[in-house]
Design a protein around this ligand. Structure first.
Ligand SMILES: [Fe+2]
Ligand SMILES: [Fe+2]
Length: 166
């Protein structure tokens, strides 16, 4: 398995997008299926956001100062997704707003993933060496082991706030 940071993150993105498609393909009344899919989406996003917040973004800020604005905007986009995940995690899948909130989460995260993959990850790849990207990737794989899996775990939100405020 590659430890290249961008390869690892893109693999996560692929899994997340596939769950989004599955959710969008479910029928009106597939409440149980939708609940399960949203649980899985929340879990993958919580882990993914954590390893980016903790492993990728701080290193990019440090090593590629030109990308500072992109990183700051991405932290804000993570924050919006975090809020939606917290709300969805506490909502029954048959609640009136469940589908609408999930649709907004999917729209936001899809936009965010596109910006990462098309806009600033290529600049990171150009600015860093293979070795640097592999070091960042290895660190993220380590972080994955102990990453929060539910947004209610304190470590899930703390780092976003710390990273932006401190
Ligand atoms: Fe991200
Ligand atoms: Fe990402």
């Amino acid at each position: 398995m590659s430890t290249d940071a961008i390869v690892i993150l893109k693999q996560d993105h692929k899994e997340i997008r596939s769950l989004f498609k599955q959710f969008e393909a479910t029928g009106e009344n597939a409440t149980a299926t939708k609940g399960k899919l949203v649980n899985k989406i929340i879990e993958l996003l919580t882990v993914h956001t954590y390893i980016e917040n903790e492993g990728m973004y701080p290193r990019v800020r440090e090593l590629v100062p030109d990308l500072e604005d992109d990183v700051l905007e991405s932290y804000e986009e993570h924050h919006v997704a975090d809020v939606l995940c917290v709300e969805l995690a506490g909502m029954a899948p048959d609640a009136e707003r469940f589908d609408a909130k999930t649709a907004v989460l999917i729209e936001n995260v899809t936009h965010h993933i596109e910006e990462e993959e098309q806009d600033w990850f290529p600049k990171v790849r150009a600015a860093l060496s293979r070795k640097q990207l592999q070091e960042i990737g290895a660190h993220m794989l380590e972080l994955k082991e102990s990453a929060p899996r539910r947004p209610s775990q304190p470590s899930a939100l703390k780092k976003t706030i710390d990273a932006v405020v401190s």
